[in-house]
Design a protein around this ligand. Structure first.
Ligand code: 5GP
Length: 184
């Protein structure tokens, strides 16, 4: 991989873990909210946009959630189906995250990656995770980008144009269906 946004996985993803069976698929925009985030996490702004989405203060097009992780559509997708996987626990990024939170998060990343590949009949999936502004991070709550990829098709720019809500909804529905049919 060349270290650019155009990178792809070297190996195929395996089937999602069965251990995530307490998860529920999301069928509505801006569903449940979370309480209990504190300002005690060093360097963490509890009013960042993703914290507000997790609390239900701002709507999102959710495709998946469980007690530790939420996944919703990126409003400025770099490709159709661009999904953000966001652990509920407050941390700025990978650098200050609890390893247990990372473990839960990456398991959901895998599950979403398998689902978006299937949902969009993609050739591959790019997973991206930025740490601090110098590395390209713009929202300072830990998250992973999961982006379907097609041979020879470049990504749109990071935080480029806003997608129409009805397109995000349609893409989210494809992912929800793929998640629902996973393992069948
Ligand atoms: P970062 O640059 O921090 O890795 O990625 C932040 C991502 O969040 C960007 O891809 C951007 O398009 C997306 N984003 C920014 N604001 C919102 C929002 O209000 N809702 C959603 N769903 N995505 C957002």
């Amino acid at each position: 991989m060349a270290g650019t946004l155009g990178g792809t996985f070297q190996e195929p993803l395996k089937a999602p873990a069965k251990a995530l069976n307490n998860a529920k698929l999301c069928v509505e925009v801006g569903t449940t909210g979370d309480k209990g985030m504190s300002d005690e996490t060093a360097g963490y702004d509890s009013n960042n946009i993703f914290a507000r989405i997790l609390r239900g203060e701002i709507p999102s097009t959710r495709v998946y959630e469980d007690d530790a992780v939420v996944a919703f559509m990126d409003v400025m997708p770099q490709a159709p189906g661009h999904t953000l996987v966001v652990p509920r626990a407050p941390s700025r990024n990978l650098l200050d995250a609890d390893p247990a939170v990372l473990a839960r998060g990456i398991a959901v990343v895998q599950r979403i990656a398998v689902a978006v590949k299937r949902a969009f009949a993609a050739d591959g999936v790019t997973v991206i995770q930025f740490n601090e502004a110098a590395a390209g991070q713009t929202v300072f709550h830990l998250h992973f980008h999961v982006i379907p990829r097609f041979d020879g098709v470049a990504l749109k720019p990071h935080t480029g144009g806003m997608e129409r809500p009805e397109v995000l909804q349609a893409n989210a529905e494809k992912i929800r269906k793929a998640l629902a049919s996973a393992g069948k």
